[in-house]
Write a protein that binds this ligand. Structure first.
Ligand code: NAD
Ligand code: UGA
Length: 452
């Protein structure tokens, strides 16, 4: 069996590395048009940081796992082609700001149609709007000189920072296919690949459209829980309730469950916002404005929560941060990743810079240049945005520390020493409810959390 995956990103790379690891008899090649990315996958310095990934890649690379820019050649050699290209929010034309931009998906479908000399199974791994398989099928059908293609939907549910654990032990693998004999045969072929390590009862099969839609709905439900608890965090602050205690109390109800109830500065990451906006656009397109408004509010609360955090800092610092130094601890959208896409830190840094603060950022995994580009835009300079290489250095001379990413190392910091280096009163705003506020208050900090 030959597998090719188009797109060597956060999904394509780790997913294929695990297939190659668990299925040594399968030849797996990940292709990308981005030469630098492929070079990095072939080097000792992988293009993404993910715990356990380097070990999994090292086990199979050069044996049955390959990274290449030969897109056409590998398409031709493959029996199964995974499509794991990016599907960002459209920034132009109709649907700008909410619809999914499907130009990379379409371009892949056209490339396959152009270069394939035998029939293949094509697997949608990217997150796409429901009915995208129809588009792919039409493009292939119109161009492939009678070759047989089966399009399957197999959305990915891994979370960054735990990708390898999630791939090794998924809650479920979802495969959607056509209800024809050929469609069902393709579904079984793909199910057999996963069955090398995933128990059969966790491999769920559905029709194509249910599978495509389930991915958007899963992300919408997860994000909705965060916006729900974040909305309650504001009420907790107004009433002296504690959001962590409320989350614990409701999470004990087995119908609610304890996961994804951690109040925060707001969710980030490349997908939650993009996928909900995609869902909103779909609802609008299908004439369901009430449903669209319901899901839109999940993004609305998240934007509000990010703004609220920055505004609270300004308010607590006597309504001005102009000329004051604010330490930002953590920039990635969550711990254990170097990914900064849609991180709440961008909005918080921008708001504080707008208030003329000096913003000093430390993140253990995100390169300084990435932080600058994310906050200011490519090539834009601002002396008031400073990036340093330790949390302690960020805090020296700072009027306040804002914990934006929940990196474990922040829990082990010598806060007495940090306190000594800060002008008084010294503030800590724990945007992740990571630290022991009582302990910090004993040291002398004005310490506040989210929903506390
Ligand atoms: P990414 O941007 O990290 O990687 C996509 C890669 O595809 C890029 O390297 C790009 O160069 C390549 N590419 C685009 N068009 C191409 C073409 N025509 N030929 C060859 N290569 C091409 O994106 P990602 O984070 O891996 O996400 C990919 C998809 O998976 C998205 O639809 C996303 O919504 C979904 N998803 C992402 C995650 C996640 O944790 N990041 C989880 C589940 C699902
Ligand atoms: C999320 C989903 O969890 C994955 O199942 C999905 O495959 C993926 O999106 C995707 O489609 O891209 P990811 O964004 O990598 O994964 O990470 P999460 O752990 O879901 O965290 C997302 C954001 O929500 C982070 O900023 C995180 O800090 C925040 N979060 C999460 C909270 O604020 N509170 C919580 O209780 C949980």
């Amino acid at each position: 069996m030959n597998i090719c995956c188009i797109g060597a990103g956060y999904v394509g790379g780790p997913t294929m590395a695990v297939i190659a690891q668990k299925s040594p008899q399968t030849r797996v090649t990940v292709v990308d048009m981005n030469q630098a990315r492929i070079d990095a996958w072939n080097s000792g310095n992988l293009p993404i940081y993910e715990p356990g990934l380097a070990e999994v890649v090292a086990e199979s690379r050069g044996r049955n796992l390959f990274f290449s820019t030969d897109v056409a050649g590998e398409i031709n050699a493959a029996d199964i082609i995974f499509v794991a290209v990016n599907t960002p929010t459209k920034t132009y034309g109709v649907g700008a700001g909410s619809a999914a931009d499907l130009r990379f998906i379409e371009s892949v479908a056209r490339t396959i149609a152009e270069v394939a000399t035998s029939g293949k199974i094509i697997v949608e791994k990217s997150t796409i709007p429901v009915k995208t398989a129809e588009t792919i099928q039409k493009i292939l059908g119109a161009n492939t000189r009678g070759l047989e293609f089966q399009v399957l939907s197999n959305p990915e549910f891994l979370a960054e920072g735990t990708a390898i654990v999630d791939l090794h032990n998924p809650d479920r693998v979802l495969i959607g296919g056509q209800k024809t004999p050929a469609g069902q045969k393709a579904v079984q072929t793909l199910a057999d690949v996963y069955a090398d390590w995933v128990p059969r009862d966790r491999i769920i099969t559905t029709n194509l459209w249910s599978s495509e839609l389930s991915k958007l709905v899963a992300n919408a439900f997860l994000a909705q829980r965060i916006s729900s608890i974040n909305s309650i965090s504001a009420l907790c602050e107004a009433t002296d309730a504690d959001v962590d205690e409320v989350a614990r109390a409701i999470g004990y109800d087995s119908r609610i469950g304890p996961k994804f109830l951690k109040a925060s500065v707001g969710f980030g990451g490349s997908c939650f916002q993009k996928d909900i906006l995609n869902l909103v656009y779909l609802c609008q397109s299908y004439g369901l404005p009430e449903v669209a408004a319901y899901w839109q509010s999940v993004v609305g609360i998240n934007d509000w929560q990010k703004k609220r955090f920055a505004a609270q800092i300004v308010k607590a610092l006597f309504n001005t941060v102009s000329g004051k130094r604010i330490a930002i601890w953590g920039f990635a959208f969550k711990k254990d990743t170097n990914d900064t896409r849609e991180t709440a830190a961008i909005s918080i840094c921008r708001d504080l810079l707008e208030e003329r603060a000096e913003v000093v950022v430390y993140d253990p995994k995100v390169p300084a240049e990435q932080i600058r580009t994310d906050v200011l835009g490519k090539g834009v300079e601002n002396d008031r945005l400073i990036i340093v290489d330790s949390a302690e250095a960020a805090a020296v001379g700072a009027h306040a520390i804002a914990v934006v990413t929940e990196w474990d190392q922040f829990k082990a910091i010598d806060f007495e020493a940090v306190f000594a280096d800060m002008p008084k009163p010294a503030f800590i705003f724990d945007g992740r409810n990571l630290l022991d506020l009582e302990q910090l208050r004993k040291i002398g900090f004005n310490a506040t959390g989210i929903g506390k």
